[in-house]
Design a protein around this ligand. Structure first.
Ligand code: HSE
Length: 402
């Protein structure tokens, strides 16, 4: 029997307890021993909860209890999760986490600490909720040079964009629904401004490069500027709009970015709807692969945490190797990254558009009589910004996925 502690009894933490209880028998078979929750750490009390008797408020109880071999950190945020994780690992207790903020900012340090203390710091649930993506990158694809990872990594924004696309619903209404369903972060700005997807692509980019990719170096743009008119143009072009998080190994270095993109209906990522996430991974030997599933929500995310718990139980006393060095990688200057852009501008700009962008096909929508849209040729981000500045009636732009 292995006893575990769950730190943080919110959406994911309560899901972890539920998965461990509901699937107890098969988890015992797969872990080779029973796995039981001994403590639930939270600042709140939960009167009437079936696990009320396990709720504690003092982390020292977990740390001092030699029976606790594995800890689930489902608290979120940096502190006190960082201090608790450091102290647990230093004491040789494995930690399984869904905390993408902490993994993105301190992943390399915590993995190294786990290695020093012959235990594990596992974080499958930190990216893509219930989608297996960390383990495939670390095991099944470990013979590959990864050339590209492009993901729909935030369930809340994908839910919002899908509903806006299908139902013509308003941004604020759909965001409220996503919050009610438990998909959104406590501060939904992290979802809609792209910060959550940025943390997740930073984690994947770090595993891809084996070094540390700092979130602060990743160009990040959210979906708050996306309008129903954008969807109308996208439909006319046979395209979808999705928030994409991208990391590519280019000949002159790694590029990483998060931004809303228009992508062709032939691209499999355009078919990802609602809270679902998907991760496209291209390796130099295997070619294109894709991973799909629920990217947010209680039980899918909890299932990934529990899978890590089982791995820790099976590897007690040993460290599962993970290449993520503390050395920081310098990303390519995003201004020099090339791409194409969909642009909306006032009808009065017709001549200026020709002069700046050459001959382009104009897309006109009856519902937008005072403007038109067009797609540019390939150019750097900086070159586009300089040209857009010269269009007096410039309204907006969305990047195109190549
Ligand atoms: N707020 C996140 C999302 C939760 O919507 O994807 C899962 O990380």
């Amino acid at each position: 029997m292995v006893k575990v502690a769950v730190m943080g009894y919110g959406t994911v933490g309560s899901g972890v307890v539920e998965v461990l209880c509901r699937n107890a028998e098969l988890i015992e078979n797969r872990a080779g021993t029973a796995v039981e929750v001994k403590y639930i750490l939270d600042i709140r009390s939960f009167p009437g909860d079936p696990h009320e008797d396990k709720v504690i408020h003092d982390f020292e109880i977990i740390l001092q209890d030699p029976e606790i071999r594995v800890i689930c950190e489902t608290m979120g945020g940096i502190e006190p999760a960082l201090t608790f994780s450091r102290r647990a690992l230093a004491a040789g207790k494995s930690v399984c986490t869904s905390n993408k903020e902490l993994v993105a900012s301190h992943g390399a340090e915590l993995i190294a600490l786990a290695e020093e203390n012959r235990c594990n710091y596992l974080f499958e649930a930190s990216v893509g909720g219930g989608i297996p993506i960390i383990r495939p990158l670390n095991t099944a694809l470990t013979a590959e040079k990864i050339l590209e990872i492009t993901g729909i990594l935030n369930g809340t924004t994908n839910y919002i964009l899908s509903k806006m696309e299908k139902e013509g619903a308003k941004f604020e209404e759909v965001l409220k629904k996503a919050q009610e369903k438990g998909y959104a972060e406590r501060n939904p700005q992290a979802d809609v401004e792209g910060y959550d997807a940025c943390r997740k692509i930073a984690i994947l980019a770090s595993l891809m490069s084996g070094k540390t990719v700092d979130c602060r170096d990743i160009y990040t743009e959210g979906i708050t500027g996306i309008t129903p008119e954008d969807f109308a143009y996208a439909k006319a072009l046979g395209m979808a709009i999705r928030l994409l998080a991208v990391c590519k190994a280019e000949p002159d270095g790694y590029m990483a970015a998060v931004s809303p993109c228009m992508l062709s209906e032939d691209n499999p990522l355009s078919g990802i709807h609602n809270v679902f996430n998907a991760v496209f991974v291209c390796g130099n030997m295997v070619g294109e692969t894709m991973y799909y599933g629920r990217g947010a929500g209680k039980l899918p995310t909890a299932s990934a945490v529990v899978a890590d718990v089982i791995d820790c139980v099976k590897h007690q006393g040993t460290h599962i190797w993970c290449l993520w060095d503390r050395e920081k990688i310098a990303l390519k200057d995003f201004g020099q990254v090339t791409g194409r852009f969909f642009v909306r501008t006032a009808v009065s700009d017709e001549a200026a558009v020709e002069e700046l962008f050459g001959t382009v096909e104009k897309i006109r929508l009856p519902e937008c009589p005072r403007e038109f849209g067009f797609v540019t040729g390939e150019m750097t981000q900086d070159a586009f910004a300089r040209k857009a500045e010269k269009l007096p009636g410039f309204l907006s732009r969305i990047r195109l996925k190549d």
